[in-house]
Design a protein around this ligand. Structure first.
Ligand code: GLN
Length: 492
């Protein structure tokens, strides 16, 4: 238990330093971590798959490198969890779907290759809403992950497994994907730092596609420093993703504690209106006061078209999903029905009826509808125009300010079962995160308070294209002034 207590109080960078300084071996960390996971995961259920053998093998390799005085990577010995829609060579990647229940990718995603090169230790694959469609983890075909702060509550979605794993110290950092908020929203609900980079900053090669013009891989971590560390490793150009940017990657960790100019923070009125939980609103207002005390100027602004963001998102995302998910036909790979089929159409319908869950089917139906002849102009084309208007709202705003701050979500985590029968209510939980995906800008959620019932509250900082470094500095400034990120759920 003593070692468990050490693990509980360390960030990813702390554990890396301890390993590098030979205070603890990578193997010891992995062994203790798996013991802890055995105790903890039955109540949280963050993981879909654990790779103890692979983790121990990697740990031994790291210890050997250190013993030999060989060059060691930036993530030396850090236990990392991977959302189960990111391909891992030789390890099942299910997207929490029956459709891919037995799919073992023959290759690593770009981000997996990168973290392996930098000596991260992959612990396992974490739960998500099926194909990353959802906000609560309740759409997983396998089980519901629970919020470590209170197991009656959802951890958020779709990357709830990754967020819950980091919060309960079953991993020290995690990789996730964010199409409409799936990194930031669960991070807010679980008290983590969740970073969605600029579209194109991190290669999507090997990420199972949901909505390709919105999908972005990012990080979930215990603090801002760890976010910068992991982002550094996974950023950069990749010829295998045609949308990957060739822009240079700055040194995210250098000057992380410095803010050069007098900061101008934009606060959009539309993000503080009806539907916002007062405790969340107050926590963000208090956070803005802290920035003010540090010399920042708070600028009231308007993003007038953001009110249409959720509607536009559920047209664009479903349209793209219906096309991306058309490949799951039971022929090339994926689920195959056990029932006999009379013809190929029968076979396709059986595979898709049995292999997909109801939310995924809803999205496919909606997507096909909005793209169908006669409706395309009314829905898809209109939504694309709205997307352009939202982009220009942000461009105008960023002429005046360095960053935009808002709540990450309109409410704290909700109870398991509370919204599952009301898809619209569920969709609204991403109301503040969706705009950054439609526009393609970076956004981070950081802990900024707690409700009276002890649930974490997240604040979102959005920045200009490719200004990840500035957002990290702005986030770090807040973290240095407060201690919300250090508070942890009771160890049980
Ligand atoms: N909750 C949103 C959805 O259901 C966003 C999901 C995501 O970012 N992957 O589509």
């Amino acid at each position: 238990m003593e070692l468990f207590l050490i693990l509980h109080n360390l960030s990813a960078n702390n554990i890396k330093e301890k390993i590098i300084n030979r205070e603890i071996t990578s193997q010891e960390v992995v062994e203790e971590l798996f013991e802890w996971i055995c105790l903890k995961d039955p109540s949280v259920k963050a993981y879909l798959y654990l790779d103890k053998e692979g983790a121990l093998l990697k740990a031994k390799e790291i210890d050997k490198k250190l013993n030999n005085g060989d060059k060691i990577g930036l993530l030396a010995g850090i236990p990392v969890a991977i959302k189960d829609n990111i391909c891992t060579s030789g390890i099942k990647t299910t997207c929490a779907s029956r459709m891919l229940e037995n799919f073992v990718p023959p290759y690593d995603a770009f981000v997996i290759k990168k973290i392996k090169e930098e000596d991260a230790v992959i612990i396992g694959k974490t739960n998500l809403d099926e194909f990353a469609m959802g906000s609560s983890n309740e759409n997983s075909a396998f089980h519901v992950t629970r919020n470590p702060w209170n197991t009656d509550y959802i951890p958020g979605g779709s990357g709830g497994g990754s967020a819950a794993a980091v919060t309960s110290d079953m991993a020290f950092m995690a990789l996730g994907s964010d199409t409409g908020g799936s990194i930031r929203q669960p991070s807010a609900f679980c008290g983590n730092v969740g970073f969605k980079p600029t579209y194109g900053r991190v290669s999507r090669y090997g990420l199972v596609a949901f909505a390709s013009s919105l999908d972005q891989i990012g990080t979930i971590s215990k603090d801002v420093y760890d976010a910068a560390l992991l982002l550094q490793v996974v950023s950069g150009h990749d010829g295998c993703d045609s949308t990957s940017s060739k822009m240079d990657v700055p040194e995210y960790l250098a000057d992380i504690n410095c803010i050069n100019s007098k900061l101008k923070i934009g606060v959009p009125r539309e993000f503080f209106g009806a539907g916002l939980n007062p405790e969340v609103g107050n926590a963000v207002t208090n956070a803005l006061d802290i920035y003010k005390k540090k010399g920042a100027e708070i600028v009231d602004l308007s993003l007038p078209h953001c009110g249409y963001a959720v509607a536009a998102y559920y047209i664009i995302a479903t349209a793209e999903a219906s096309s991306n998910l058309a490949r799951y036909d039971g022929v090339r790979y994926g689920y195959r029905s056990q029932l006999s089929e009379d013809n190929i159409i029968d076979m396709y319908s059986r595979v898709r009826a049995e292999g997909f869950g109801s939310e995924v089917k809803r999205r496919i139906l909606l997507g096909n509808y909005v793209l169908s002849a006669g409706f395309y102009d009314a829905y898809y084309l209109k939504a694309s125009k709205v997307r352009t208007l939202i982009k220009s709202d942000f461009e105008d705003a960023f002429d005046k300010v360095d960053c935009i701050i808002s709540p990450t979500c309109p409410s704290p985590a909700f109870k398991i079962g509370e919204k599952i029968t009301d898809p619209l209510e569920m969709y609204l939980s991403d109301i503040y995160t969706i705009p950054a995906n439609l526009v393609g800008i970076p956004g981070v959620s950081i802990p900024c308070g707690f409700t009276t019932t002890g649930l974490p509250i997240g604040m979102q900082i959005m920045g200009k294209y490719f200004e990840e470094k500035k957002i990290l500095q702005i986030a770090k400034l807040f973290e240095n002034e407060t201690g919300f990120h250090l508070k942890k759920p009771e160890i049980k």
